[in-house]
Write a protein that binds this ligand. Structure first.
Ligand SMILES: Nc1ncnc2c1ncn2[C@@H]1O[C@H](COP(=O)(O)OP(=O)(O)OP(=O)(O)O)[C@@H](O)[C@H]1O
Ligand SMILES: [Mg+2]
Length: 366
């Protein structure tokens, strides 16, 4: 059985230090939910609270409608996979996977059946008699995953399970994890600080900073309409420019240096003129073709051909450097030193208040 997990006004303190001040969120049944944030923001702390290895100073954590705050870890029916996959070196693969079942009152042939099935699910059947020392990192990680899910947990917790693997293997394993989670539909909380990994595997992501949730949404929502400037710069790459936003009724003008664009439609906030921070992702810029005379004036510093795309590093008139990306298939390749005019896809970019705390474009296209 899979469960819904509810965090209500959860607080975590270590001694006098509050690490998580007041956190509320709901992870849906069967969902692949990821906590993403910088080192020290409280991801592992929160996961350990769900597992029962950390006390909860205030608020409640519930599985469906049952508060689990005081339930011992052994009674929570949780599967866990952590960074250092801690499989038993003196047991072979099959024994490692069967371990969680042997101390439950389950008949031997039933154990056998379940282990065989899981070994097949995570694709390590051919290694079942091997000792861990003769397995690669990725194979060991699969054993750890098999051991966590063979007990048919209500909840699967994974804390940076791939961080010990090399880049290629990480990608293979994250695909495998996603596939397996999809097949067995266990409510999963996954922790990583790799934003690409988070985007690749998650149904929804919570971006955390200093114990506070900044934004919860699908990878696409978070990338396209980040709730604040922290989220915009944490997920993906972006260029942040200083601008001025002038509003009058349904029309707004955005100026960045001598460049101005008008906007129709709704932007948060009232009439008037205010300084803003403008987040323009590399693909939200484009180089104006031909003899454009409007746009952000800049000079190509470096063109970097990366196969599918070409990245341009450009110095703007203001002195600021920006990175833009164009499909390599587009007609023209610009050269170092060339003067260009940049334009922006104005329905895509995000405009924040001067403090970067509020996205004024949040109601816009997703
Ligand atoms: N047992 C503890 N006692 C005191 N402080 C702790 C303890 N465990 C963690 N902390 C502190 O709590 C904060 C959150 O730590 P946590 O391990 O949850 O971060 P994290 O988001 O998992 O970071 P990372 O990405 O580096 O793993 C940090 O400031 C850390 O120093
Ligand atoms: Mg951690």
């Amino acid at each position: 059985m899979s469960v819904k997990i509810q965090f209500q006004n959860v607080t975590k303190k270590y001694g006098e230090t509050t690490v998580i001040p007041d956190l509320s969120l709901e992870v849906k049944e069967g969902e692949f939910f990821t906590l993403l944030g910088p080192s020290g923001c409280g991801k592992t702390t929160l996961l350990r609270m769900v597992a029962g290895f950390n006390s909860i100073e205030a608020g409640t954590i519930s599985f469906n409608d049952k508060v689990i705050n005081n339930l011992s870890p052994g009674k929570r029916n949780i599967g866990m996979v952590f960074q250092n996959y801690a499989i038993f070196p003196h047991m072979n693969v099959k024994q490692n996977v069967a371990f969680g079942l042997t101390n439950r009152a389950i008949p031997k042939d039933e154990i056998e059946k379940r282990v065989e099935k899981i070994l097949d699910t995570v694709k390590i059947t051919e290694y079942k008699d091997r000792m861990p020392e003769s397995l690669s990192g990725g194979q060991q990680q699969r054993v750890a995953l098999a051991r966590a899910i063979v007990i048919e947990p209500d909840v699967l917790l994974m804390d940076e399970p791939l961080s010990n693997l090399d880049a290629k293997l990480r990608v293979d394993m994250r695909n495998a994890i996603k596939e397996i989670q999809n097949a067995i539909q266990i409510t999963t909380i996954y922790v990583t600080h790799d934003q690409e990994e988070a985007m690749a595997v998650s149904d929804r992501i919570a971006i955390m900073n200093k114990g506070v949730i900044q934004h919860i949404g699908s990878p696409r929502e978070i990338y396209r309409r980040p709730a604040n400037l922290f989220v915009a710069t944490f997920i993906g790459h972006t260029n942040v420019l200083e601008g001025t936003l002038k509003r009058e009724g349904n029309t707004a003008w955005l100026s960045i240096g001598s460049y101005a664009e008008d906007f129709e439609g709704s932007l948060a906030g009232g009439d008037g003129e205010a300084p803003v921070k403008v987040s323009v992702r590399p693909e939200e810029f484009y180089i104006a073709e031909g003899k454009a005379d409007s746009g952000l004036k800049g000079k190509i510093l470096n063109a970097m051909f990366l196969g599918l795309n070409t990245h341009y590093f450009i110095a703007l008139e203001s002195g600021q450097h920006v990175e833009i990306v164009e499909q390599s298939a587009s007609e023209k390749i610009y050269k170092n030193g060339e003067d260009v005019f940049l334009k922006i896809h104005r329905d895509r970019i995000n405009i924040f208040d001067a403090g970067g705390e509020r996205n004024l474009t949040a109601g816009g296209n997703k």
